[in-house]
Design a binder for this molecule. Sequence first.
Ligand code: ZN
Length: 250
Amino acid sequence: MPQDHATPSQRPKLRLVATTTVPTRWGRFTCHAFEACEPNKAPQEHIALSVGEVVGTDEVLVRVHSECLTGDVFGSWRCDCGAQLHSAMDAIASMGTGVLVYLLGHEGRGIGIGHKMRAYALQDQGRDTVEANLELGLPVDARSYAIGAAILAELGVERVALMTNNPAKQNELAACGLHIVRRVPLETTPRAENLAYLRTKQQRLGHQMDQLEHQTDQPEQSDAQVGGGPLLGVVSDEQNSRSSNGLANP
Ligand SMILES: [Zn+2]
């Protein structure tokens, strides 16, 4: 079982601010607001949406989602965040048990919305998402998932089926003590607007996206692709053990 290697002083301190219910198009979620304090950082609020009884449940379907204003709220097709968020909420509601942890402060892989727009402007000139951050003197990925693991522990979640394509996220959550029973791929249908971005995430950041292997360079654009149908499935431990190229952990 994974061990939490953080010392007590390194672990984020959490305070439950409030719990209420939020009805959504996918179903009714219990909504928990947390305030997290990490060493040398300003306090940051986060949200966890849960469905059903997760305490003591053998395998809780979980998504730890990084805030993306453009994708999640505005429906931007430059990335796959919005489609992943909605697919995860749909899957959790359909399962009847699960948790979505929404981590604020993760905008643009942790660089913030303004810097993300600067990086987008460079990508408009031909850089990829990794090159753009580096050219701006910014980290390729500044996110930490320790708070996500702490929130799940606070909610009593012990063993999870983790919806992610990102091995770095999976590895860090496991290092924080979260028992990940299996990974559940969360692939979305590629679009012309995000195909290059997805390929960069696959090739330079180690994301596992099998669907891209069969994708031509010019995916068909049609309204039917709006929301990009989820491809939820089961991945074996053997497949999980494939290593990434490590760039996602600068
Ligand atoms: Zn995004």
